[in-house]
Design a protein around this ligand. Structure first.
Ligand code: GLN
Length: 473
């Protein structure tokens, strides 16, 4: 927790700064102290950018002293997943292969945060190259779940989620290719948004699977997630997939129709989770909204489809790490081929190697049609399921994950078991639609998450619904 009980929401921080209740430097120092205290235990941060944070905070204080207008994020302490570039700061994607890589420029999202005078505290731990669901695939150590230190914080943005949930940052950025913002947000009991594909620039994000990756916010409440989303989204000429966004429609007082897909309440889901999620849906109904049962019939193929497409794209994206252009280079190698092979064998962890091999295999001659092309066709069907559902409903409710945050080590020996954590989140990336995970209850000390899926570019609806759900907790 930040030491001196400073406010922990963006708007309250702004009010406090304006009223001069505290300075941005005091706030930054308090968070930096909290990180130093907690990091040994939780290990949310790979790298603490103390000098950067303090100089940014000082600039905010100077601007207040001059009576200048403050952007909403001014002085707000935040954390960045270690696959996004912050100029002059080490950026490793939690991989050995990038152990000493220093970012030569700012990712667009980072630039936008800097323009709005946010204070960057450090870079957060993650699964290597964002491949994983538990943050155990980091080359630098495991992040622990602040709600239960024996358990994983989820992944791959586990460091970002743990930092926010334990009061070591007001918000954090994560990336989500198949669930990596929503699943850790649920494990740690906070809000996490995977925006519509194309709404946030990925310039300066280390690519995992380019047709699925999106950057989004993790925050302690829905309003903060919304403020951060508004700050980082929009067209960027440096990412040709990014779009100009229309202003949010007014949602105040609107009654929504929400679909509940029968394919998401199946055998294998923890019955306690099912009970809590269904209870929450009942409460939502009681607010005067409508609930309808819907069908997303191709859900059962989503996980297989995702792991073919994601690994194919990853094998292409990770080809650039060759021991020559970036990072780690094997000292033992005696020929060019050996440099490639040994640098990658020594620099990448086991899960990354597994995925590169899988992806290379499914793209190879003779298998391309059978796997990759077929998966692309299935992807189109999954997208159609959502298009059809959204003809009838404004949003969709599902559990975020079928099981609670699991024990450290519990799934590391069984990749399929690990991949099952993403069963309810991957379809959203395949369809390119937005989704937010919000806490909806607890089993013991462990949070349960509800996922709200929306129509493309209608994040406003998601925020409105998520806010209503949050207010009922
Ligand atoms: N857990 C999924 C995977 O391992 C999703 C990761 C992500 O969204 N980056 O691929």
């Amino acid at each position: 927790m930040n030491m001196k009980n400073f406010p922990q929401t963006i708007k309250k921080i702004q009010e406090g700064l304006k009223k001069k209740d505290f300075t941005a430097s005091e706030l930054a120092n308090s968070y930096l102290e909290a990180i130093k205290e907690e990091n040994e235990k939780i290990f949310a941060f790979l790298n603490i950018t103390e000098d950067l944070a303090l100089s940014q905070a000082k600039a905010v204080d100077e601007s207040i002293a001059k009576g200048e207008d403050l952007p909403l994020l001014a002085g707000v302490p935040c954390a960045i997943k270690d696959n996004m570039l912050v100029e002059g700061v080490k950026c490793t994607s939690a991989s050995r292969i990038l152990e000493n890589y220093v970012a030569p420029y700012d990712a667009t999202v980072v630039k936008k945060l800097k323009d709005r005078k946010a204070v960057i505290l450090g870079k957060t731990n993650m699964d290597e190259f964002a491949m994983g669901s538990s943050t155990e695939n980091s080359a630098y150590g495991v992040t622990r779940n602040p709600r239960d230190l024996e358990r994983v914080p989820g992944g791959s943005s586990g460091g970002s989620a743990a930092a926010v949930a334990s009061g070591q940052a007001v918000f954090a950025l994560g990336s989500d290719t198949g669930g990596s913002i929503r699943q850790p947000a649920f494990c740690c009991g906070i809000a996490g948004l995977k925006p519509t594909y194309g709404s946030v620039s990925r310039y300066g994000l280390m690519a995992y699977a380019s047709s699925l990756d999106q950057i989004g916010p993790l925050a302690n409440n829905v309003e903060d997630a919304r403020i951060v989303f508004e700050a980082i989204s929009g067209r960027d000429p440096l990412d040709s997939t990014s779009c100009e966004l229309k202003p949010f429609l007014e949602t105040q007082g609107k009654k929504f129709t929400v679909g509940v897909p029968k394919e998401y309440f199946i055998k294998g889901i923890d019955p306690e989770i099912e009970k809590i999620v269904k209870g929450k849906i009942e409460q939502y109904l009681a607010l005067g909204h409508k609930i309808e049962e819907i069908s997303l019939p191709h859900t059962e193929y989503a996980l297989a489809c995702y792991y073919i497409i994601a690994t194919s794209e990853a094998s292409a994206n990770l080809a650039r790490f060759d021991g020559i252009r970036y990072g780690y280079s094997s000292k033992e190698a005696k020929s060019l081929l050996e440099i490639y092979m040994q640098s990658r064998a020594e620099g990448f962890g086991a899960e990354v190697r597994r995925r590169v091999m899988l992806g290379t295999y499914v793209l190879s001659a003779g298998y391309y049609d059978a796997y990759y092309l077929r998966a692309q066709k299935v992807r189109a069907l999954i997208k159609q399921d959502f298009d059809k559902a959204f003809e009838k409903v404004d949003a969709i409710f599902t559990p975020t994950s079928p099981s609670l945050a699991f024990k450290i080590g519990e799934r590391t020996q069984d990749p399929l078991q690990m991949y099952l954590s993403d069963i309810f989140t991957v379809s959203v990336n395949l369809a390119g639609v937005p989704a937010i995970s919000v806490p909806c209850g607890k089993i013991g000390d462990l949070p349960v998450g509800l996922q709200v899926i929306g129509k493309p570019f209608e994040e406003a609806t998601l925020f409105a619904i998520a806010k209503d759900l949050e207010d009922q907790i």
